[in-house]
Design a protein around this ligand. Structure first.
Ligand code: EPZ
Length: 420
C-alpha cells in the first residue's frame, strides 16, 4: 500500500506552481464527446481522475493522444459509440456523471452507472435527473441507470435548481447544448469551473450565455466542431498551498493563480493576519506569526469554498483563540477531525459544527486520508507537526493534487511516497 511519510517542523520557501483545475478538467474531457472533431486540451493536470476519465473515453472508442508531461490531451471522439460503461471505473469518481449529459446531448441516450467520489456524506443526483427529465429524457432503471430520450431529441426548457449544484449545472449545460431550442437554468451555480466549461462549449460552436451568473441560457445547436482550450488554474490546489505557506513559509510564491477565484479565501487569510502580496498571476505569502483564529462558514461560490475548509484547518490550529467551522454544503465533511486530534489538535465536532482551540503543538502520527481534501489537510498538518507523520489511503490525495511530492520537496518539505 502506498503511503506518504513526512518529517515535519521544517520551514519552507520558494515557488509552488499551480496546475489545471481538477473540477474543470473532469467536465471538459466528457464535454469533448459533443464535438464531431478533434479537441485539444492544454494545462491538463497529471492526476488520477484524469487518467480514469481518459481510460473510460477510450473504452467508448475515443482516440486520445496524451502528453501529461506537457499537460496536453488531443481528443478525437468521432468514433465514440454510446455503450454501457464499466461500473468499476465509473464508480471510481464522482465526475463520471458528466458522461450522462454529454452522451444524451450527442446520442440521445446514456448508460452510466452511479457516480462514486469522496465520502462527504449524502451526494444525491436528483437535480441531474430532474434536468434530464425536463429536457425530455427518461430514466430506465432496470438497465443500470440507463437514460433515454423520448422522441428524437432533447427539447430546451426552463429548469430551476432547488439547490445550487455545480455538477447539475454543468451536466445540464452539456445536454442542453445539443437540445432543440432554448434552455434556461435558474439558480445556477457560479463557480469558475462552470465558466471554463461554457468557454470550451462555445469554442466548439455551442451557444451558452451567462455562465458565472445564476441564470444560464443555452440555445441548442445541431453541430459542434473541434477546439483548443487551456484549463483554468486549480483554485482549490492554490488555496491548499496558500494555507501551508501561511503556516510554515518564510516567503513562498504560489504561481499561476487567478486572484478573483480566491477572494473569499484570501479575505479569511488576511483576517487572520497573514501577510500577502497579490500579483498579476501569483501570490506571495510572507512569513506570518501571531495569527488570529477565525470562524469559517462554507457557502456556494463566490463564498468560502467547502473544498477549502479542510485544507485551511491546520493553519487555524496554529493561530490563537477559539474558532468554529461550519460546512453548509456538506455538513458531514468532518472525517479529518479525529485524524487531526490524533496529532494532538484540540478540535472536535459538535452538531455539524467543528470547534477548535488554538494554538496547538501538533506531533507526527500515523493517520489516514478519508477523502481528497481531508488528505490534503493531513499533509499540511504533517509538515507543521514535529516528528514523523505517516499518511495512508493516499490514493485520495493523488486524485486531485498534481505532483504533490515534487512540488513540496522543491520548497524544502521532507516528504516521500513509500510502498508498505
Ligand atoms: C463539485 O461536486 C465538486 N466536485 C466538489 O469538489 C465540490 O465540493 C462541490 O462541487 C461544491 O459544490 C467536482 O466538481 C467533480 P454539488 P458536486 O452538486 O458537483 C447537493 C473536491 O474535493 N445536491 O455542487 O457533486 C449536494 O448534496 C470535490 O474536489 C443535491 O441535493 O457538488 C450538496 O449538498 C468534493 N442534488 C450541494 O448540492 C443534486 O442532484 C452541492 O453539491 C446535486 C447536488
Amino acid at each position: 500500500m502506498k503511503k506518504i511519510v513526512i518529517n515535519g517542523g521544517k520551514r519552507i520557501s520558494g515557488t509552488i506552481p499551480i496546475s489545471g483545475a481538477k473540477n474543470s478538467v473532469v467536465a471538459l474531457i466528457p464535454a469533448t464527446i459533443l464535438a464531431n472533431d478533434v479537441v485539444t486540451l492544454e494545462g491538463v493536470p497529471d492526476i488520477s481522475d484524469v487518467a480514469s476519465l481518459v481510460e473510460i473515453m477510450e473504452i467508448m472508442g475515443a482516440k486520445i493522444e496524451r502528453n501529461l508531461e506537457e499537460g496536453r490531451l488531443v481528443i478525437d471522439t468521432r468514433s465514440v459509440v454510446s455503450r454501457p460503461l464499466p461500473y468499476g471505473k465509473i464508480n471510481s469518481l464522482r465526475a463520471s456523471y458528466y458522461f450522462n449529459g454529454a452522451l444524451l446531448g450527442r446520442f440521445g441516450q446514456a448508460t452510466v452507472g452511479l457516480p462514486g467520489g469522496c465520502d462527504l456524506g449524502p451526494r444525491p443526483t436528483d437535480l441531474h435527473d430532474k434536468a434530464f427529465k425536463a429536457l425530455g429524457a427518461k430514466k430506465i432503471q432496470e438497465e443500470a441507470e440507463h437514460l433515454e430520450v423520448i422522441g428524437d431529441s432533447l427539447v430546451g426548457t426552463t429548469i430551476y435548481m432547488d439547490v445550487v449544484s455545480v455538477g447539475a449545472t454543468i451536466n445540464t449545460m452539456l445536454a442542453a447544448s445539443r437540445a432543440k431550442g432554448l434552455t434556461i437554468i435558474e439558480n445556477a451555480a457560479r463557480e469558475p469551473e462552470i465558466i471554463d466549461v461554457a468557454t470550451l462549449l462555445n469554442n466548439m460552436g455551442a451557444q451558452v450565455r451567462g455562465a458565472g451568473t445564476d441564470i444560464i441560457r443555452i440555445t441548442g445547436v445541431d453541430e459542434m466542431h473541434g477546439a483548443q482550450h487551456t484549463v483554468i488554474p486549480d483554485r482549490i490546489e492554490a488555496g491548499t498551498y496558500l494555507a501551508l505557506a501561511a503556516a510554515m513559509g518564510d516567503g513562498v510564491i504560489i504561481e499561476n493563480v487567478i486572484y478573483e477565484h480566491l477572494e473569499s479565501f484570501i479575505a479569511k487569510l488576511e483576517e487572520m493576519g497573514v501577510g500577502l502580496t497579490i500579483r498579476e498571476d501569483s501570490i506571495e505569502v510572507h512569513k506570518s506569526e501571531n495569527l488570529k483564529s477565525v470562524n469559517i462558514t462554507s457557502v456556494p461560490y463566490p463564498g468560502f469554498a467547502t473544498d477549502l475548509q479542510q485544507p485551511i484547518t491546520p493553519l487555524l490550529l496554529k493561530a490563537k483563540g477559539r474558532g468554529s467551522i461550519v460546512d453548509t454544503i456538506y455538513q458531514k465533511r468532518v472525517n479529518h477531525v479525529p485524524e487531526l486530534a490524533r496529532m494532538g489538535a484540540n478540535i472536535s465536532v459538535l452538531d455539524d459544527r467543528i470547534i477548535y482551540d488554538a494554538p496547538n503543538e501538533l506531533t507526527g502520527s500515523c493517520v489516514q486520508a478519508t477523502d481528497l481534501r481531508a488528505g490534503a489537510a493531513l499533509v499540511t498538518a504533517g509538515i507543521i507537526a514535529s516528528g514523523t507523520t505517516k499518511i495512508s489511503n493516499i490514493e485520495f490525495i493523488l486524485r486531485g493534487y498534481d505532483h504533490i511530492i515534487e512540488k513540496l520537496t522543491a520548497v524544502g518539505v521532507d516528504i516521500q511516497l513509500i510502498e508498505e
